[in-house]
Design a protein around this ligand. Structure first.
Ligand SMILES: NC(=O)C1=CN([C@@H]2O[C@H](COP(=O)(O)OP(=O)(O)OC[C@H]3O[C@@H](n4cnc5c(N)ncnc54)[C@H](O)[C@@H]3O)[C@@H](O)[C@H]2O)C=CC1
Ligand SMILES: O=C(O)CCC(=O)C(=O)O
Length: 526
């Protein structure tokens, strides 16, 4: 379902795929109108207008992916999507240049009062005195948020002979130096900048960041711009700061409430110039993001490939190839431990060893958790929501990279704790083909292919037990595909693990359990 207008090329890409049934909504629908339409929808595409709220998500049980043709996903309830295992993707770079160019246009328009002069001319006036402005040359521009758009704005400002100060807690000094901007603290920007422009996402930290207290620290006559998200500059405080003469002008593309209500005091101030959220509204940006979102959603629905997800780590094709064998092994280990462990676990400790410490571990931990939590959450559990689900269940997940020397060049170990009780399994990848094997169960060495039905038991190491088990399984029509035996010492305790072609009946298991030398009989499905 394409909810907001995206480029015809993007729509065509969806329509070309014969597996898709594409609905293009003719107008933007509010929540109540959207709810009855989404029961069968698997993918939704939005720009910034349609709101994908928790209610919309709840009304769409088949929804698997929400694609945002643009950057900001604040119109999508990402937490609700994550809890449901729905991937939320955006198109981070497609509209960068357009938004940076709009910001720069606003900067020049603000400095030279072009919109005000234009309106006056259209009204038949000729008033040269009222529209005298200021130069950008030799002025100081403060940029809050030096990401993609902030960087492009800086580049243009430097070309215009401006000094650029940047504030971004996540920007490194070397990157700032490479961009020829001065990395400073917020208060220094307030104290020195003639123009301040914001380019960060809307977060708890950035909401209302430019408020009365911030304006008080700024130079008198400062001009401010917001082409990022409405509310980063507090609108009421901005109004007061302009009325009080502290702020000489403001350029706004985005607003706390969009579309803008009729009653909007800033609209009445001549020092304020405004556009209706046009940052990404160019032919080029819309074509870029329309195509990007169509390709990403198609790839996800048809091939399971995830790119530009905001609620799941992204893996490029090369890294994915490296990580893939661990994902499969991890999921099986998680599933094995979940079936051996008691239901209520408070801690899951995942250890990475050997070459497994050199690959990105977050996706592997997510696969382990998926296998581990499947019995609790069924098919609704996926890599997107496993961490949220674990914390909702009170399961603490610890991830350790170990430099312990073992017989394996790359290995994983998963231990579930319920109080003092611990159940664990280890796995390794074998050979050039990276074949997954279970190599430890509760610390005992085994060598088992993690596939299909596994039978596990502990037994006294006594002559004839293998024959006994084989005969019994045969009598109950269960074929043994392979067997792994290990023992502590001759005549001591042994762990037997069988790969079976089918699940043995309860009668067969009862018969096995009757043997006094056999205990801990378990059947698990991987
Ligand atoms: N007006 C429009 O039509 C458009 C608006 N946008 C908005 O522009 C904003 C920036 O977009 P991009 O540059 O593509 O994102 P980006 O993710 O590349 O950059 C955001 C930067 O903000 C920084 N940041 C985060 N928290 C911060 C804080 N508390 N203080 C200072 N910096 C902080 C991050 O480190 C990052 O470098 C987004 O909010 C996006 O929604 C994006 C496209 C179009
Ligand atoms: O889709 C649009 O026009 C808005 C773009 C935007 O705000 C964004 O990408 O964050």
């Amino acid at each position: 379902m394409i909810c907001d207008p995206i480029s015809p090329k993007g729509i065509a890409l969806f329509q070309q795929c014969t597996k898709f049934n594409v609905t293009v909504l003719k107008e933007r629908l509010p929540e109540d109108k959207l709810l009855p339409l989404v029961a069968d929808v698997e993918a939704m595409v939005v720009r910034s207008e349609t709101k994908i709220t928790r209610k919309v998500i709840e009304a769409a049980p088949k929804l698997r992916v929400v694609g945002r043709a643009g950057v900001g996903v604040d119109n999508v309830d990402v937490d609700a999507a994550t809890q449901r295992g729905i991937v939320v993707m955006n198109t981070p770079s497609g509209n960068t240049i357009s938004t940076a160019e709009l910001t720069f246009s606003m900067l020049m328009a603000l400095a030279r009062k072009i919109p005000q002069a234009h309106s006056s001319m259209k009204a038949g006036e000729w008033n040269r005195k009222a529209f005298s402005g200021v130069e950008l040359y030799n002025k100081t521009l403060g940029i809050l948020g030096m990401g993609r758009i902030g960087t492009e704005v800086a580049r243009r400002a430097i070309a215009f002979g401006m000094r650029v100060l940047a504030y971004d807690p996540y920007l490194t000094l070397s990157r700032a130096n490479a961009m020829q901007v001065e990395l400073v603290e917020l208060d220094e920007i307030y104290a020195r900048a003639d123009f301040i422009t914001v380019h960060m996402p809307m977060t708890d930290e950035t909401k209302g960041m430019l408020n009365t207290a911030a304006f008080a620290k700024m130079k008198s006559g400062v001009r401010v711009l917001n082409c990022a998200r409405g509310g980063i500059i507090n609108e009421t405080d901005l109004y007061e700061a302009i009325k009080g003469g502290k702020v000489a002008g403001a350029a706004l593309d985005v607003y706390e409430v969009e579309p803008l209500p009729k009653e909007f005091p800033l609209r009445d101030l001549p020092q304020v110039i405004m556009t209706p959220h046009l940052g990404a509204s160019t032919d080029e940006a819309q074509e870029n993001v329309g195509i990007e979102v169509a390709e990403a959603i198609t790839d996800y629905l048809l091939n399971g490939a995830v790119r530009n997800a905001v609620n799941l780590p992204n893996l490029d094709a090369k890294t994915y190839a490296l990580v893939k064998p661990y994902l499969a092994l991890g999921e099986k280990l998680g599933r094995l431990v979940a079936q051996l462990a008691p239901k209520r676990n408070d801690r899951l400790v995942v250890t990475y060893g050997g070459k497994a410490t050199e690959v990105p571990t977050d996706p592997i931990s997510r696969s382990i958790l998926k296998g581990f939590l499947e019995s609790a959450g069924g098919k609704d559990v996926n890599q997107v929501n496993v961490r949220t689900m674990a914390s909702a269940l009170g399961l603490r997940v610890e991830e350790i990279k170990s430099n312990e020397e073992t017989d394996f060049s790359e290995w994983l170990h998963v231990a579930a704790y319920s109080g003092e009780q611990k159940i664990s399994a280890g796995g390794a990848l074998y050979g050039a083909k990276k074949q997954p094997r279970i190599v430890r169960v509760n610390g005992q060495p085994v060598e088992v292919v993690p596939e299909g039905v596994l039978f596990l038991m502990t037994n006294k190491d006594r002559p004839g037990i293998v024959g006994y088990l084989g005969t019994l399984m045969g009598r109950h029509n269960v074929n043994i595909a392979s067997m792994s035996l290990s023992r502590d010492i001759a005549g001591g305790h042994a762990l037997t693990v069988l790969n079976l072609d089918s699940v043995p009946s309860e009668t067969a298991l009862e018969e096995i359990r009757k043997d006094p030398d056999i205990s801990n009989v378990r059947v698990v499905k991987l």
